[in-house]
Design a protein around this ligand. Structure first.
Ligand code: IVH
Length: 673
């Protein structure tokens, strides 16, 4: 038999097996044999695509593999699919086709999230749920009424009052909320059972449980997006958005995000808006669906084969993709935390190319059993840092070994330690460790710490490698010549840096405390400590009980402060900085000023005579105020310098006080007095 004949032979055979299996409930071959023949057919069809035809068993629309022992029911109105679009060009073409088809200039669309769950058809008779089914192959689906009855958000009886349609098919998706999915997986892990890759799979698993009681244990929700068939005499709302609202009044949950927009620009805006909110939605969406809003226009446009002309599914870029772990590198953070990072074969996921993913800590690596050489699913959702979700164990090459955390710091060789209550290992080298030293210096110089302009990563690397800087105070000891001799450092930049360093010496206690990089002490805590203790000596001498008198300082933070200040080396670091001239005003007035500006919002415009933008901003922020970019009703003051912009007019319109530089200065004096 030649290959083409074999292909047709297999198509016929599999069609018959399907019929035996689904319709006669009397299969004649085992599943595995069916699967093998099916795979052979897929391979042959790939070689002879013109022989596939629409009635090949491989061409069924089914999203779910139909199983044995299930009852199939025919949908009254077939469940069709949507045409997919992947970029703005597809969107533009869709809108153009719709406009041409309707002969109009602009179209109103109903925009909806594209839920990433399972399509469901619910049949109601006189307002009572009588049958629920999956989409199946679009014509016939699996009957899952008992399982759907356990889904709380599916009304068993429509809300409101009669008349209800004699019969109506309500359509939508069954989903698992992200938070419920995480909880389910935790439960599965604890019970030693398999976990699910994503909420969609978990929802499919839940719905297809043979025992409805098991479905009930897995939290599912339903969201309606339309209707299928309905008794012809019953009049439905004439627009898609109205239809959804009507379904809402009958007790069906519909997505809050639904919105009617006009034209292509409206579609685009909706897409961008939902893309930005995707990560924070409670459920997974894999795109948006645009539908011509007027149902009469939908009918005019009609269908092409299996999808409507009046709708488009605009898909988001895939958030998960398969890649290979090429290496696992251990990085050292500012406080010495050893963080394993996977180097990946570059993979396009969530709209960007990803080459690395944090593996968090060795406990996490062990839990997921991630090894060098493994094929892994990489996920990047929204702006979230890429992560490795799961290893494909079936594809693991021979000879891999489990990852072992190094016993010493990969940068300085000091022993790695782990405190009993922590998950992370740390390098014990402190500021002896060049990696920690670099991070500590970058933090020290940061905008919210000492605010030294122009001290970036490359420069810090050069300083530490030359051993010119071992502790922060060394920064102030370098000469202009030394700075200027560093690679890619122009004389002018060196001068600016020295000036910026000089300026940074005048600071506040809060900034100084934050700049020290004490573990657990963020900007807020540093600020609260400064306010409470007023002098550095008081903070350094305070015992844990006193420290805990400060808001948000609990035993862990207090302990960390004690540890830091009792180490001789740290006391020296502080002494050296003060010897270099780092200082701040230690008086109550100064600290209280912080509170007095709190709650006031400023906008800056034009060039000030005595302050750069950055300095002006710092001055306001140090006093507890906030600086924002544009004038709105909630702005308290607009500060204007030379050549102000349109903000002045805006402020006058909104009746917001406009201050010149002197008046602004005065404000500080008034507050201090
Ligand atoms: S309308 C005639 N609206 O996408 C088409 N479908 O490819 C009727 N889906 O499995 C579908 N969210 O279950 C529509 N807001 C939405 C949707 C949506 C998800 C699914 C649908 C079907 C697939 C269509």
């Amino acid at each position: 038999m030649d290959e083409v004949a074999r292909l047709h032979f297999l198509q016929d055979k599999l069609r018959r097996y399907n019929q035996e299996y689904h319709e006669l409930d009397a299969p004649t071959i085992p599943d595995a044999e069916y699967d093998a023949l099916y795979r052979e057919l897929v391979a042959l069809e790939a070689r002879y695509p013109d022989q596939v035809g629409t009635d090949s068993p491989t061409q069924r629309v089914g999203s779910l593999e139909l199983r044995r022992n299930v009852r199939l029911v025919r949908h009254r109105e077939p469940m069709l699919s949507l045409n997919n679009g992947f970029g703005f060009q597809d969107l533009q073409e869709f809108d153009r086709r719709v406009r041409t088809g309707l002969g109009v200039d602009e179209v109103a669309y109903c925009c909806e999230p594209k839920f990433d769950g399972l399509a469901i058809n619910l049949l109601y008779r006189e307002g009572v749920l009588v049958q629920g089914a999956t989409r199946g192959d679009g014509e016939k689906g699996e009957e899952v009424t008992a399982n759907l009855m356990t889904v709380k958000s599916i009304p068993r009886r429509m809300r409101g009052s009669e008349p209800w349609p004699e019969w109506l098919e309500v359509r939508g998706e069954v989903l698992m909320l992200k938070k419920d999915f995480e909880r389910l997986n935790e439960r599965q892990t604890r019970a030693g059972e398999r976990t699910f890759v994503n909420p969609r799979n978990a929802a499919a698993g839940a719905l297809r449980q043979l025992d409805p009681a098991e479905t009930a244990r897995r939290p599912l929700v339903f969201l309606a997006y339309g209707v299928g068939g309905g008794s012809p005499e019953f009049e439905l709302p004439d627009h898609q958005d109205g239809l959804l609202r009507w379904l809402g009044t009958l007790g069906f949950p519909v997505a809050e995000e639904v919105q009617v927009v006009r034209g292509e620009s409206g579609l685009r805006a909706f897409f961008e808006n939902l893309s930005a909110r995707r990560a924070s939605l409670p459920y997974e969406v894999d795109g948006v669906v645009y539908k011509v809003n007027a149902r009469i226009d939908q009918q005019k446009l009609g269908f092409v084969t299996r999808a409507p002309r009046f709708a488009l599914a605009h898909k988001f870029p895939a958030e998960e993709a398969l890649s290979t772990v090429e290496a696992i590198e251990v990085q050292v953070g500012r406080t010495g935390t050893l963080t394993p990072v996977a180097h990946l074969r570059p993979v396009f996921v969530g709209g960007v190319t990803v080459t690395r993913a944090t593996l968090h800590n060795d406990e996490e690596i062990r839990r997921k059993d991630i090894r060098v050489g493994d094929q892994v699913w990489v996920r990047r959702a929204g702006d979230v840092i890429p992560e490795v979700v799961r290893v494909v164990r079936e594809l693991r090459p021979a000879g891999t070994t489990a990852f072992e955390m190094p016993l010493t710091c990969p940068v300085c060789g000091s022993p790695a330690r782990r405190l009993p209550e922590e998950v992370s290992w740390r390098c014990s080298g402190g500021l002896h460790c060049p990696a920690q030293r670099k991070q500590a210096l970058l933090h020290f110089a940061g905008r919210r710490a000492m605010n030294v302009d122009g001290l970036g990563e490359k420069l810090v690397d050069a300083l530490v490698e030359r051993a010119w800087v071992r502790e922060p105070a060394d920064l102030y000891r370098l000469t202009l010549e030394q700075w200027a001799s560093l690679p890619r450092m122009a004389r002018k930049s060196a001068e600016n840096l020295v000036q910026s360093l000089e300026r940074s010496k005048e600071t506040t206690l809060a900034r100084f405390l934050f700049a020290l990089g004490i573990r657990q002490v963020g900007e807020r805590t540093a600020h609260d400590l400064a306010l409470h203790f007023v002098t550095l000596e008081a903070v350094m001498e305070a015992d844990e009980t006193h420290l805990q008198a400060v808001a948000d300082v609990g035993p862990v933070v207090a302990q960390s402060l004690r540890d830091f200040f009792s180490a001789e080396r740290n006391r020296q670091i502080i002494a050296h900085l003060r010897a270099q001239g780092v200082h701040w005003h230690e008086n109550v007035q100064e600290s209280q000023a912080v509170q007095i500006l709190a709650g006031l919002t400023f906008v800056l415009t034009g060039t000030l005579a005595h302050y750069s933008r950055e300095e002006a901003r710092n001055r306001i922020e140090q006093a507890g105020g906030k600086v924002v970019g544009s004038v709105t009703r909630s702005t308290h003051y607009l500060v204007v310098g030379r050549d102000p912009g349109s903000k002045v007019a805006q402020a006058r319109k909104l009746d917001i006080p406009v201050l010149d530089e002197d008046q602004w200065d005065q404000l500080f004096k008034e507050i201090k007095a």
